[in-house]
Design a protein around this ligand. Sequence first.
Ligand code: GDP
Length: 597
Amino acid sequence: MSENGKAKHIELPASITVRALAQTISASPIEVIKALMANGVMANINQNIDFDTAAIVAAEMGYEATLETTEETAAEDLGELPYWRKVIAKESAEKLVDRPPVVGILGHVDHGKTTLLDAIRNTSVAVGEVGGITQHIGAYQVVRNGRIITFLDTPGHAAFTAMRARGAQGADIVVLVVAADDGVMPQTREALAHAKAAKVPIIVAMNKIDRSNANPERVKRQLSEVGLTADDWGGDTMIVPVSAKQKLGLDDLLEAILLVADDMDIRANPKGTVIGSVIEAKRDRAKGVVATLLIQNGTLSTGDVVLAGTAYGRLKAMFDYRGNKVQQATPSTPVSVMGLSDVPEAGQLFQVVASERDARLIANETLQKQKEALNANRSKISLEKIFEQFKSGEVRELRLIIKADVQGSLEPIMSLLNDLSREEIGINILHAETGTIGENDVMLATASDAIIIGFSVQADPAARKLAESEGISIRLYDIIYRLQEDIEKALKGMLKPQEKLVVLGRAEVRATFKIPKVGFIAGCYVNEGEIRRNAKARVVRAGQNIFEGDFASLKHLSEDVREVRHGFECGIGLRNNQDIKVGDIIECFTTELVPVS
Ligand code: GDP
Protein backbone atom coordinates (compact mmCIF):
# COMPACT_ATOMS: atom_id res chain seq x y z
CA MET A 1 0.00 0.00 0.00
CA SER A 2 1.79 3.10 -1.15
CA GLU A 3 -1.17 5.38 -1.39
CA ASN A 4 -0.25 9.04 -1.06
CA GLY A 5 3.31 7.85 -0.70
CA LYS A 6 2.57 7.44 2.99
CA ALA A 7 3.47 3.80 3.41
CA LYS A 8 6.61 3.29 5.43
CA HIS A 9 9.30 1.49 3.61
CA ILE A 10 10.87 -1.65 5.06
CA GLU A 11 13.19 -4.32 3.80
CA LEU A 12 12.29 -7.93 4.38
CA PRO A 13 14.37 -11.06 3.87
CA ALA A 14 13.42 -13.82 1.43
CA SER A 15 11.96 -15.76 4.32
CA ILE A 16 10.88 -14.52 7.73
CA THR A 17 9.14 -16.02 10.73
CA VAL A 18 5.72 -14.72 11.67
CA ARG A 19 7.18 -13.53 14.95
CA ALA A 20 9.99 -11.60 13.29
CA LEU A 21 7.63 -10.07 10.77
CA ALA A 22 5.33 -8.92 13.55
CA GLN A 23 8.24 -7.29 15.30
CA THR A 24 9.46 -5.64 12.11
CA ILE A 25 6.11 -4.07 11.35
CA SER A 26 5.32 -3.29 15.00
CA ALA A 27 2.25 -5.48 14.95
CA SER A 28 1.31 -8.25 17.31
CA PRO A 29 1.94 -11.81 16.07
CA ILE A 30 -1.78 -12.43 16.41
CA GLU A 31 -2.59 -9.59 14.03
CA VAL A 32 -0.12 -11.03 11.55
CA ILE A 33 -1.53 -14.55 11.91
CA LYS A 34 -5.04 -13.18 11.36
CA ALA A 35 -3.93 -11.25 8.29
CA LEU A 36 -2.30 -14.40 6.95
CA MET A 37 -5.45 -16.39 7.57
CA ALA A 38 -7.47 -13.79 5.73
CA ASN A 39 -5.14 -14.41 2.81
CA GLY A 40 -5.58 -18.15 3.06
CA VAL A 41 -2.26 -18.86 4.72
CA MET A 42 -2.23 -20.84 7.93
CA ALA A 43 0.98 -20.21 9.81
CA ASN A 44 1.97 -20.18 13.42
CA ILE A 45 4.25 -17.76 15.14
CA ASN A 46 7.44 -19.74 14.55
CA GLN A 47 6.83 -20.55 10.96
CA ASN A 48 8.63 -19.00 8.06
CA ILE A 49 6.66 -17.27 5.38
CA ASP A 50 8.13 -16.17 2.10
CA PHE A 51 8.81 -12.61 1.10
CA ASP A 52 5.75 -12.28 -1.15
CA THR A 53 3.38 -13.36 1.60
CA ALA A 54 5.12 -11.20 4.16
CA ALA A 55 4.94 -8.22 1.81
CA ILE A 56 1.17 -8.60 1.45
CA VAL A 57 0.71 -8.63 5.21
CA ALA A 58 3.09 -5.70 5.61
CA ALA A 59 1.15 -3.76 2.97
CA GLU A 60 -2.06 -4.32 4.89
CA MET A 61 -0.41 -2.76 7.91
CA GLY A 62 0.80 0.25 5.96
CA TYR A 63 4.31 -0.82 5.04
CA GLU A 64 5.81 -1.06 1.63
CA ALA A 65 8.23 -3.95 1.64
CA THR A 66 11.10 -4.62 -0.69
CA LEU A 67 13.32 -7.65 -0.75
CA GLU A 68 16.51 -7.18 1.16
CA THR A 69 19.30 -6.38 -1.19
CA THR A 70 22.00 -8.01 0.88
CA GLU A 71 23.65 -11.20 -0.32
CA GLU A 72 21.25 -14.04 -0.69
CA THR A 73 22.67 -16.01 2.20
CA ALA A 74 22.64 -13.05 4.52
CA ALA A 75 19.03 -12.37 3.63
CA GLU A 76 18.12 -15.94 4.40
CA ASP A 77 19.96 -15.96 7.66
CA LEU A 78 18.31 -12.81 8.89
CA GLY A 79 14.92 -14.43 8.51
CA GLU A 80 16.00 -17.07 10.98
CA LEU A 81 17.72 -14.78 13.42
CA PRO A 82 16.35 -14.51 16.91
CA TYR A 83 14.98 -11.09 17.72
CA TRP A 84 17.85 -9.95 19.93
CA ARG A 85 20.32 -10.73 17.17
CA LYS A 86 18.22 -8.61 14.84
CA VAL A 87 18.37 -5.76 17.31
CA ILE A 88 22.14 -6.01 17.14
CA ALA A 89 22.05 -6.34 13.36
CA LYS A 90 20.20 -3.04 13.23
CA GLU A 91 22.76 -1.18 15.32
CA SER A 92 25.13 0.86 13.19
CA ALA A 93 28.27 -1.14 12.56
CA GLU A 94 30.74 1.38 13.97
CA LYS A 95 29.05 1.22 17.37
CA LEU A 96 29.45 -2.54 17.68
CA VAL A 97 32.19 -3.82 19.95
CA ASP A 98 33.30 -7.36 20.77
CA ARG A 99 31.39 -9.01 23.57
CA PRO A 100 32.25 -12.27 25.37
CA PRO A 101 31.00 -15.43 23.67
CA VAL A 102 28.07 -17.08 25.46
CA VAL A 103 28.54 -20.83 25.70
CA GLY A 104 25.90 -23.47 26.41
CA ILE A 105 26.88 -26.96 27.55
CA LEU A 106 24.70 -29.81 26.32
CA GLY A 107 24.97 -33.56 26.27
CA HIS A 108 23.62 -36.89 27.39
CA VAL A 109 22.80 -37.41 31.04
CA ASP A 110 25.78 -38.51 33.15
CA HIS A 111 28.30 -37.61 30.49
CA GLY A 112 29.67 -34.96 32.82
CA LYS A 113 28.06 -31.60 32.02
CA THR A 114 27.74 -30.55 35.65
CA THR A 115 31.21 -31.76 36.54
CA LEU A 116 32.66 -29.93 33.56
CA LEU A 117 30.85 -26.69 34.38
CA ASP A 118 32.05 -26.91 37.97
CA ALA A 119 35.60 -27.72 36.90
CA ILE A 120 35.75 -24.76 34.54
CA ARG A 121 34.23 -22.48 37.15
CA ASN A 122 36.61 -23.55 39.87
CA THR A 123 39.86 -23.74 37.99
CA SER A 124 39.60 -20.65 35.87
CA VAL A 125 40.34 -17.16 36.97
CA ALA A 126 37.04 -15.64 37.92
CA VAL A 127 36.32 -12.28 36.41
CA GLY A 128 37.65 -9.53 38.62
CA GLU A 129 39.08 -11.68 41.37
CA VAL A 130 40.96 -14.91 41.92
CA GLY A 131 39.06 -17.87 43.27
CA GLY A 132 35.96 -16.02 44.40
CA ILE A 133 33.07 -18.05 45.69
CA THR A 134 30.62 -18.27 42.86
CA GLN A 135 26.87 -18.24 43.27
CA HIS A 136 24.66 -20.47 41.19
CA ILE A 137 22.62 -18.00 39.22
CA GLY A 138 22.38 -20.02 36.01
CA ALA A 139 25.38 -18.46 34.30
CA TYR A 140 28.95 -17.48 35.14
CA GLN A 141 32.01 -16.00 33.52
CA VAL A 142 35.64 -17.01 33.32
CA VAL A 143 38.74 -15.31 31.98
CA ARG A 144 41.13 -16.98 29.60
CA ASN A 145 44.08 -15.08 28.10
CA GLY A 146 42.51 -11.88 29.33
CA ARG A 147 39.27 -12.63 27.50
CA ILE A 148 35.94 -13.33 29.13
CA ILE A 149 33.76 -16.32 28.30
CA THR A 150 30.19 -16.54 29.60
CA PHE A 151 28.90 -20.02 30.41
CA LEU A 152 25.24 -20.86 30.72
CA ASP A 153 25.17 -23.05 33.77
CA THR A 154 21.79 -24.64 33.55
CA PRO A 155 20.81 -28.15 34.44
CA GLY A 156 20.44 -30.33 31.38
CA HIS A 157 19.40 -28.55 28.29
CA ALA A 158 15.94 -27.62 29.44
CA ALA A 159 16.84 -23.95 29.62
CA PHE A 160 18.55 -24.02 26.28
CA THR A 161 15.47 -25.59 24.73
CA ALA A 162 13.20 -23.11 26.42
CA MET A 163 15.31 -20.30 25.07
CA ARG A 164 15.18 -21.65 21.60
CA ALA A 165 11.49 -22.35 21.83
CA ARG A 166 10.93 -18.72 22.58
CA GLY A 167 13.25 -17.54 19.88
CA ALA A 168 15.84 -16.07 22.19
CA GLN A 169 18.64 -18.45 21.36
CA GLY A 170 21.04 -17.21 23.96
CA ALA A 171 24.15 -19.24 23.23
CA ASP A 172 26.71 -18.28 20.60
CA ILE A 173 28.55 -21.59 20.86
CA VAL A 174 27.49 -25.02 22.10
CA VAL A 175 29.87 -27.40 23.83
CA LEU A 176 28.56 -30.91 23.36
CA VAL A 177 29.78 -33.18 26.11
CA VAL A 178 30.25 -36.80 25.03
CA ALA A 179 31.66 -39.35 27.43
CA ALA A 180 34.59 -41.18 25.86
CA ASP A 181 33.48 -44.45 27.46
CA ASP A 182 29.87 -44.20 26.38
CA GLY A 183 29.81 -42.40 23.05
CA VAL A 184 26.95 -40.85 21.14
CA MET A 185 23.72 -41.46 23.03
CA PRO A 186 20.08 -40.40 22.46
CA GLN A 187 20.41 -37.09 24.28
CA THR A 188 23.64 -36.40 22.44
CA ARG A 189 21.67 -36.60 19.22
CA GLU A 190 18.87 -34.53 20.68
CA ALA A 191 21.31 -31.85 21.83
CA LEU A 192 22.88 -31.90 18.41
CA ALA A 193 19.47 -31.39 16.82
CA HIS A 194 18.94 -28.35 19.02
CA ALA A 195 22.31 -26.85 18.27
CA LYS A 196 21.86 -27.44 14.57
CA ALA A 197 18.38 -25.99 14.56
CA ALA A 198 19.69 -22.93 16.38
CA LYS A 199 22.53 -22.76 13.84
CA VAL A 200 25.07 -22.48 16.63
CA PRO A 201 28.61 -23.85 16.11
CA ILE A 202 29.44 -26.97 18.09
CA ILE A 203 32.61 -27.94 19.89
CA VAL A 204 32.77 -31.47 21.26
CA ALA A 205 34.23 -32.00 24.72
CA MET A 206 35.16 -35.65 24.79
CA ASN A 207 34.94 -36.22 28.51
CA LYS A 208 36.10 -38.95 30.88
CA ILE A 209 39.27 -39.66 28.91
CA ASP A 210 40.78 -40.74 32.24
CA ARG A 211 38.57 -43.82 32.24
CA SER A 212 40.30 -47.06 31.38
CA ASN A 213 37.49 -48.04 29.08
CA ALA A 214 37.56 -44.73 27.22
CA ASN A 215 37.56 -45.32 23.48
CA PRO A 216 38.13 -41.98 21.75
CA GLU A 217 38.51 -43.46 18.27
CA ARG A 218 35.18 -45.22 18.49
CA VAL A 219 33.49 -42.05 19.74
CA LYS A 220 35.07 -40.01 16.97
CA ARG A 221 33.68 -42.47 14.46
CA GLN A 222 30.21 -42.21 16.01
CA LEU A 223 30.47 -38.44 15.98
CA SER A 224 31.38 -38.38 12.34
CA GLU A 225 28.34 -40.55 11.67
CA VAL A 226 26.15 -37.80 13.09
CA GLY A 227 27.88 -35.12 11.07
CA LEU A 228 30.52 -34.04 13.55
CA THR A 229 33.78 -35.05 11.91
CA ALA A 230 36.94 -34.24 13.81
CA ASP A 231 39.25 -31.67 12.24
CA ASP A 232 42.12 -34.16 12.31
CA TRP A 233 39.91 -36.50 10.29
CA GLY A 234 39.34 -33.87 7.64
CA GLY A 235 36.13 -32.49 9.13
CA ASP A 236 35.53 -29.13 10.72
CA THR A 237 34.52 -30.06 14.26
CA MET A 238 36.91 -29.45 17.11
CA ILE A 239 36.87 -32.46 19.39
CA VAL A 240 38.69 -31.67 22.61
CA PRO A 241 39.61 -34.56 24.94
CA VAL A 242 38.95 -33.61 28.56
CA SER A 243 38.54 -35.09 31.97
CA ALA A 244 36.22 -32.94 33.99
CA LYS A 245 36.96 -35.02 37.06
CA GLN A 246 40.73 -34.76 36.83
CA LYS A 247 40.58 -31.26 35.36
CA LEU A 248 42.48 -32.26 32.24
CA GLY A 249 42.15 -30.50 28.91
CA LEU A 250 40.11 -27.62 30.30
CA ASP A 251 42.53 -25.01 28.97
CA ASP A 252 42.34 -26.62 25.54
CA LEU A 253 38.59 -26.45 25.69
CA LEU A 254 38.59 -22.75 26.58
CA GLU A 255 41.16 -22.18 23.85
CA ALA A 256 38.92 -23.96 21.34
CA ILE A 257 35.97 -21.81 22.41
CA LEU A 258 37.97 -18.64 21.82
CA LEU A 259 39.18 -19.94 18.45
CA VAL A 260 35.63 -20.61 17.32
CA ALA A 261 34.53 -17.25 18.72
CA ASP A 262 37.26 -15.52 16.71
CA ASP A 263 35.68 -16.87 13.55
CA MET A 264 32.31 -15.44 14.49
CA ASP A 265 30.86 -12.02 14.70
CA ILE A 266 30.18 -11.82 18.42
CA ARG A 267 29.49 -8.16 18.96
CA ALA A 268 26.94 -5.80 20.43
CA ASN A 269 26.44 -2.11 21.06
CA PRO A 270 26.84 -1.43 24.80
CA LYS A 271 25.21 1.95 24.27
CA GLY A 272 22.34 0.62 22.17
CA THR A 273 18.86 -0.71 22.81
CA VAL A 274 18.87 -2.81 25.97
CA ILE A 275 17.70 -6.34 25.30
CA GLY A 276 18.49 -9.79 26.61
CA SER A 277 17.11 -13.12 27.79
CA VAL A 278 15.87 -14.49 31.05
CA ILE A 279 18.15 -17.37 32.08
CA GLU A 280 16.17 -18.48 35.10
CA ALA A 281 13.79 -16.96 37.62
CA LYS A 282 12.15 -17.89 40.87
CA ARG A 283 10.23 -16.39 43.75
CA ASP A 284 12.27 -16.13 46.91
CA ARG A 285 10.44 -15.75 50.24
CA ALA A 286 12.76 -13.06 51.49
CA LYS A 287 13.85 -11.31 48.29
CA GLY A 288 10.72 -11.55 46.15
CA VAL A 289 11.25 -12.40 42.48
CA VAL A 290 14.87 -13.12 41.65
CA ALA A 291 15.73 -13.47 37.99
CA THR A 292 18.97 -14.05 36.14
CA LEU A 293 19.16 -11.93 33.03
CA LEU A 294 21.72 -12.24 30.26
CA ILE A 295 22.30 -8.88 28.62
CA GLN A 296 22.60 -9.27 24.86
CA ASN A 297 22.74 -5.66 23.71
CA GLY A 298 22.98 -2.32 25.49
CA THR A 299 23.79 -1.80 29.16
CA LEU A 300 21.37 -2.66 31.94
CA SER A 301 21.44 -0.42 35.00
CA THR A 302 19.91 -0.55 38.46
CA GLY A 303 16.76 1.55 38.38
CA ASP A 304 15.88 0.55 34.82
CA VAL A 305 12.34 -0.65 34.22
CA VAL A 306 12.53 -4.14 32.77
CA LEU A 307 9.75 -5.88 30.91
CA ALA A 308 9.92 -9.63 30.27
CA GLY A 309 6.72 -10.97 28.76
CA THR A 310 4.08 -10.22 31.34
CA ALA A 311 6.54 -9.66 34.19
CA TYR A 312 7.95 -6.19 34.76
CA GLY A 313 9.38 -3.88 37.39
CA ARG A 314 12.02 -1.34 38.31
CA LEU A 315 15.30 -3.05 39.17
CA LYS A 316 16.02 -2.57 42.85
CA ALA A 317 19.33 -4.35 42.86
CA MET A 318 21.64 -6.29 40.55
CA PHE A 319 24.30 -8.85 41.46
CA ASP A 320 26.95 -10.55 39.39
CA TYR A 321 27.52 -14.32 39.49
CA ARG A 322 29.76 -13.95 42.54
CA GLY A 323 27.02 -12.21 44.46
CA ASN A 324 28.64 -8.77 44.23
CA LYS A 325 26.30 -5.86 43.89
CA VAL A 326 26.71 -4.13 40.52
CA GLN A 327 25.16 -1.00 39.09
CA GLN A 328 25.56 -1.83 35.43
CA ALA A 329 25.81 -4.88 33.21
CA THR A 330 27.13 -4.88 29.65
CA PRO A 331 26.48 -7.36 26.77
CA SER A 332 27.04 -11.08 27.51
CA THR A 333 27.02 -10.41 31.26
CA PRO A 334 24.65 -12.44 33.42
CA VAL A 335 23.16 -10.65 36.40
CA SER A 336 20.78 -11.67 39.10
CA VAL A 337 18.16 -8.96 39.53
CA MET A 338 15.48 -8.06 42.06
CA GLY A 339 12.43 -5.94 41.51
CA LEU A 340 10.26 -7.80 39.00
CA SER A 341 6.56 -8.09 39.77
CA ASP A 342 6.24 -11.63 38.58
CA VAL A 343 8.36 -14.65 37.71
CA PRO A 344 9.22 -14.44 34.00
CA GLU A 345 9.69 -17.61 32.01
CA ALA A 346 13.17 -18.89 31.29
CA GLY A 347 14.12 -18.08 27.73
CA GLN A 348 11.84 -15.06 27.60
CA LEU A 349 13.32 -11.95 26.03
CA PHE A 350 13.45 -8.85 28.19
CA GLN A 351 13.75 -5.20 27.29
CA VAL A 352 14.03 -1.91 29.06
CA VAL A 353 11.03 0.40 28.83
CA ALA A 354 10.61 4.05 29.74
CA SER A 355 8.36 3.76 32.78
CA GLU A 356 6.53 1.30 34.97
CA ARG A 357 3.30 2.62 33.52
CA ASP A 358 4.43 1.71 29.98
CA ALA A 359 5.57 -1.67 31.22
CA ARG A 360 2.20 -2.35 32.85
CA LEU A 361 0.31 -1.38 29.71
CA ILE A 362 2.42 -3.59 27.46
CA ALA A 363 2.36 -6.45 29.97
CA ASN A 364 -1.44 -6.32 30.17
CA GLU A 365 -1.72 -6.22 26.42
CA THR A 366 0.59 -9.22 26.15
CA LEU A 367 -1.46 -11.07 28.74
CA GLN A 368 -4.63 -10.35 26.82
CA LYS A 369 -3.08 -11.50 23.57
CA GLN A 370 -1.77 -14.65 25.18
CA LYS A 371 -5.29 -15.47 26.28
CA GLU A 372 -6.67 -14.79 22.83
CA ALA A 373 -3.91 -16.79 21.21
CA LEU A 374 -4.57 -19.70 23.51
CA ASN A 375 -8.22 -19.71 22.55
CA ALA A 376 -7.76 -18.99 18.88
CA ASN A 377 -4.85 -21.24 18.19
CA ARG A 378 -5.05 -24.15 20.55
CA SER A 379 -3.86 -26.62 18.06
CA LYS A 380 -0.72 -25.20 16.68
CA ILE A 381 0.61 -28.09 14.71
CA SER A 382 -1.45 -31.00 13.62
CA LEU A 383 -1.08 -33.22 10.64
CA GLU A 384 -4.39 -31.89 9.36
CA LYS A 385 -3.28 -28.29 9.66
CA ILE A 386 -0.01 -29.03 8.00
CA PHE A 387 -1.96 -30.77 5.29
CA GLU A 388 -3.81 -27.49 4.72
CA GLN A 389 -0.57 -25.56 4.64
CA PHE A 390 0.91 -27.96 2.17
CA LYS A 391 -2.14 -27.59 0.01
CA SER A 392 -1.65 -23.87 -0.06
CA GLY A 393 1.98 -24.48 -0.95
CA GLU A 394 3.22 -22.62 2.10
CA VAL A 395 5.17 -25.36 3.76
CA ARG A 396 7.47 -27.64 1.87
CA GLU A 397 8.82 -29.73 4.68
CA LEU A 398 7.25 -32.11 7.13
CA ARG A 399 9.27 -32.10 10.33
CA LEU A 400 9.02 -35.15 12.50
CA ILE A 401 10.27 -36.39 15.80
CA ILE A 402 10.07 -40.16 15.97
CA LYS A 403 9.93 -42.23 19.12
CA ALA A 404 9.66 -46.00 18.97
CA ASP A 405 9.68 -48.88 21.44
CA VAL A 406 12.75 -50.61 20.13
CA GLN A 407 15.56 -49.94 17.66
CA GLY A 408 14.10 -52.72 15.56
CA SER A 409 10.98 -50.70 14.83
CA LEU A 410 12.80 -47.39 14.50
CA GLU A 411 14.83 -48.55 11.53
CA PRO A 412 11.98 -49.63 9.26
CA ILE A 413 10.11 -46.44 10.11
CA MET A 414 13.09 -44.30 9.18
CA SER A 415 13.63 -46.12 5.92
CA LEU A 416 9.92 -45.93 5.14
CA LEU A 417 9.93 -42.20 5.74
CA ASN A 418 13.03 -41.74 3.64
CA ASP A 419 11.30 -43.56 0.83
CA LEU A 420 8.25 -41.34 1.16
CA SER A 421 10.27 -38.16 1.14
CA ARG A 422 10.36 -36.56 -2.25
CA GLU A 423 12.61 -34.04 -3.81
CA GLU A 424 10.12 -31.24 -3.82
CA ILE A 425 8.76 -31.82 -0.38
CA GLY A 426 10.98 -33.32 2.20
CA ILE A 427 10.44 -35.22 5.38
CA ASN A 428 12.88 -33.86 7.88
CA ILE A 429 13.41 -36.20 10.78
CA LEU A 430 14.73 -33.91 13.47
CA HIS A 431 15.20 -36.59 16.00
CA ALA A 432 14.58 -40.32 16.26
CA GLU A 433 15.18 -42.57 19.20
CA THR A 434 13.69 -45.30 21.29
CA GLY A 435 11.76 -44.51 24.45
CA THR A 436 8.64 -42.87 25.76
CA ILE A 437 7.63 -39.47 24.45
CA GLY A 438 8.83 -36.99 27.05
CA GLU A 439 8.73 -33.27 27.69
CA ASN A 440 12.02 -32.80 25.87
CA ASP A 441 10.47 -34.16 22.69
CA VAL A 442 7.61 -31.72 22.99
CA MET A 443 10.04 -28.87 23.62
CA LEU A 444 11.97 -29.79 20.52
CA ALA A 445 8.74 -30.00 18.54
CA THR A 446 7.65 -26.58 19.77
CA ALA A 447 10.96 -25.06 18.89
CA SER A 448 10.96 -26.58 15.46
CA ASP A 449 7.29 -26.77 14.45
CA ALA A 450 7.44 -30.51 14.29
CA ILE A 451 4.98 -33.34 14.81
CA ILE A 452 5.77 -36.16 17.19
CA ILE A 453 5.22 -39.69 15.97
CA GLY A 454 5.18 -42.45 18.54
CA PHE A 455 5.36 -46.06 17.49
CA SER A 456 4.30 -48.60 20.10
CA VAL A 457 5.15 -46.07 22.78
CA GLN A 458 3.14 -43.73 24.97
CA ALA A 459 3.63 -40.12 25.85
CA ASP A 460 4.30 -39.55 29.52
CA PRO A 461 1.71 -37.41 31.35
CA ALA A 462 3.95 -34.35 31.57
CA ALA A 463 4.66 -34.51 27.86
CA ARG A 464 0.95 -34.85 27.10
CA LYS A 465 0.17 -31.83 29.21
CA LEU A 466 2.88 -29.75 27.62
CA ALA A 467 1.87 -30.85 24.14
CA GLU A 468 -1.67 -29.80 24.86
CA SER A 469 -0.70 -26.38 26.11
CA GLU A 470 1.77 -25.84 23.27
CA GLY A 471 -0.63 -27.24 20.69
CA ILE A 472 1.78 -29.89 19.52
CA SER A 473 0.39 -32.91 17.78
CA ILE A 474 1.44 -36.29 19.08
CA ARG A 475 0.34 -39.19 16.91
CA LEU A 476 0.61 -42.71 18.17
CA TYR A 477 0.68 -45.78 16.00
CA ASP A 478 0.98 -49.50 16.52
CA ILE A 479 0.75 -50.54 12.93
CA ILE A 480 3.35 -49.30 10.52
CA TYR A 481 0.88 -49.39 7.65
CA ARG A 482 -1.33 -46.82 9.39
CA LEU A 483 1.63 -44.57 9.92
CA GLN A 484 2.56 -44.86 6.29
CA GLU A 485 -1.00 -44.07 5.22
CA ASP A 486 -1.17 -40.91 7.30
CA ILE A 487 2.17 -39.59 6.20
CA GLU A 488 1.34 -40.30 2.59
CA LYS A 489 -1.88 -38.39 3.00
CA ALA A 490 -0.05 -35.45 4.46
CA LEU A 491 2.55 -35.57 1.75
CA LYS A 492 -0.03 -35.61 -0.99
CA GLY A 493 -1.56 -32.53 0.47
CA MET A 494 1.87 -31.12 0.76
CA LEU A 495 2.45 -31.28 -2.93
CA LYS A 496 1.72 -28.00 -4.56
CA PRO A 497 -1.52 -28.45 -6.43
CA GLN A 498 -0.84 -28.50 -10.10
CA GLU A 499 -3.33 -27.63 -12.78
CA LYS A 500 -3.70 -30.28 -15.35
CA LEU A 501 -5.54 -29.64 -18.55
CA VAL A 502 -8.01 -32.35 -19.46
CA VAL A 503 -9.45 -32.29 -22.98
CA LEU A 504 -13.03 -33.58 -22.89
CA GLY A 505 -13.75 -33.54 -26.58
CA ARG A 506 -13.09 -32.06 -29.98
CA ALA A 507 -15.48 -30.75 -32.64
CA GLU A 508 -14.67 -29.83 -36.19
CA VAL A 509 -16.16 -26.64 -37.62
CA ARG A 510 -18.04 -27.42 -40.82
CA ALA A 511 -20.01 -24.22 -41.38
CA THR A 512 -20.37 -20.79 -39.85
CA PHE A 513 -23.48 -18.65 -39.46
CA LYS A 514 -24.34 -15.24 -38.24
CA ILE A 515 -27.71 -15.34 -36.55
CA PRO A 516 -29.39 -12.04 -35.69
CA LYS A 517 -29.62 -11.40 -31.94
CA VAL A 518 -27.68 -14.60 -31.21
CA GLY A 519 -24.38 -13.87 -32.84
CA PHE A 520 -21.79 -15.97 -34.51
CA ILE A 521 -22.42 -19.69 -34.54
CA ALA A 522 -20.24 -22.51 -35.74
CA GLY A 523 -21.92 -25.59 -37.08
CA CYS A 524 -19.77 -28.50 -35.87
CA TYR A 525 -19.40 -32.22 -35.80
CA VAL A 526 -18.15 -33.78 -32.58
CA ASN A 527 -15.50 -36.20 -33.66
CA GLU A 528 -14.00 -37.01 -30.28
CA GLY A 529 -15.26 -37.19 -26.69
CA GLU A 530 -17.94 -34.68 -25.89
CA ILE A 531 -18.55 -30.96 -25.83
CA ARG A 532 -19.85 -29.56 -22.52
CA ARG A 533 -21.50 -26.20 -22.28
CA ASN A 534 -20.07 -25.33 -18.89
CA ALA A 535 -16.51 -26.40 -19.64
CA LYS A 536 -13.84 -24.23 -21.29
CA ALA A 537 -13.40 -23.84 -25.01
CA ARG A 538 -10.49 -23.16 -27.25
CA VAL A 539 -10.13 -22.75 -30.95
CA VAL A 540 -7.28 -24.54 -32.68
CA ARG A 541 -6.37 -23.47 -36.16
CA ALA A 542 -3.57 -25.18 -38.02
CA GLY A 543 -2.23 -26.56 -34.76
CA GLN A 544 -2.24 -23.16 -33.01
CA ASN A 545 -4.49 -22.09 -30.15
CA ILE A 546 -6.06 -18.89 -31.33
CA PHE A 547 -8.72 -18.44 -28.69
CA GLU A 548 -9.43 -19.65 -25.20
CA GLY A 549 -12.59 -18.80 -23.31
CA ASP A 550 -16.14 -19.81 -22.52
CA PHE A 551 -18.96 -21.27 -24.49
CA ALA A 552 -21.78 -18.78 -25.08
CA SER A 553 -24.22 -21.36 -26.41
CA LEU A 554 -24.45 -25.02 -27.31
CA LYS A 555 -27.29 -26.32 -29.40
CA HIS A 556 -28.22 -29.68 -30.78
CA LEU A 557 -30.72 -29.25 -33.62
CA SER A 558 -32.55 -26.18 -32.33
CA GLU A 559 -32.41 -27.04 -28.64
CA ASP A 560 -30.11 -25.66 -26.00
CA VAL A 561 -28.22 -28.58 -24.52
CA ARG A 562 -25.62 -29.12 -21.84
CA GLU A 563 -23.55 -31.58 -23.77
CA VAL A 564 -23.19 -33.12 -27.18
CA ARG A 565 -21.45 -36.40 -27.63
CA HIS A 566 -19.17 -37.95 -30.20
CA GLY A 567 -20.86 -38.52 -33.54
CA PHE A 568 -23.43 -35.74 -33.25
CA GLU A 569 -23.69 -32.34 -34.81
CA CYS A 570 -24.04 -29.15 -32.83
CA GLY A 571 -24.05 -25.39 -33.00
CA ILE A 572 -21.44 -23.67 -30.90
CA GLY A 573 -21.30 -20.00 -29.94
CA LEU A 574 -18.22 -18.69 -28.14
CA ARG A 575 -18.27 -15.77 -25.75
CA ASN A 576 -16.47 -12.73 -27.14
CA ASN A 577 -15.22 -14.52 -30.19
CA GLN A 578 -16.27 -14.11 -33.77
CA ASP A 579 -13.19 -15.58 -35.33
CA ILE A 580 -14.16 -19.11 -36.32
CA LYS A 581 -13.50 -20.59 -39.70
CA VAL A 582 -14.49 -23.79 -41.40
CA GLY A 583 -11.82 -26.39 -40.63
CA ASP A 584 -11.04 -25.02 -37.14
CA ILE A 585 -11.17 -27.44 -34.25
CA ILE A 586 -13.09 -26.41 -31.15
CA GLU A 587 -11.70 -28.19 -28.12
CA CYS A 588 -13.66 -28.51 -24.95
CA PHE A 589 -11.51 -28.83 -21.81
CA THR A 590 -11.41 -28.46 -18.05
CA THR A 591 -8.54 -27.99 -15.64
CA GLU A 592 -8.14 -30.31 -12.73
CA LEU A 593 -6.02 -29.90 -9.62
CA VAL A 594 -3.89 -32.97 -9.32
CA PRO A 595 -1.05 -33.74 -6.95
CA VAL A 596 2.34 -34.12 -8.54
CA SER A 597 3.06 -37.77 -8.77
P1 GDP B 1 25.68 -34.72 33.84
O1 GDP B 1 24.47 -35.54 34.09
O2 GDP B 1 26.05 -34.68 32.39
O3 GDP B 1 25.66 -33.36 34.46
O4 GDP B 1 26.90 -35.55 34.50
P2 GDP B 1 27.65 -35.31 35.88
O5 GDP B 1 28.54 -34.13 35.79
O6 GDP B 1 26.67 -35.35 36.98
O7 GDP B 1 28.58 -36.59 35.91
C1 GDP B 1 28.07 -37.90 35.97
C2 GDP B 1 29.06 -38.83 36.63
O8 GDP B 1 30.23 -38.91 35.83
C3 GDP B 1 29.49 -38.35 37.99
O9 GDP B 1 29.61 -39.45 38.84
C4 GDP B 1 30.85 -37.72 37.74
O10 GDP B 1 31.70 -37.79 38.87
C5 GDP B 1 31.37 -38.58 36.63
N1 GDP B 1 32.31 -37.85 35.78
C6 GDP B 1 32.14 -36.65 35.21
N2 GDP B 1 33.22 -36.31 34.51
C7 GDP B 1 34.11 -37.30 34.63
C8 GDP B 1 35.45 -37.53 34.13
O11 GDP B 1 36.04 -36.73 33.42
N3 GDP B 1 36.02 -38.70 34.48
C9 GDP B 1 35.41 -39.62 35.25
N4 GDP B 1 36.06 -40.72 35.52
N5 GDP B 1 34.17 -39.44 35.75
C10 GDP B 1 33.54 -38.30 35.44
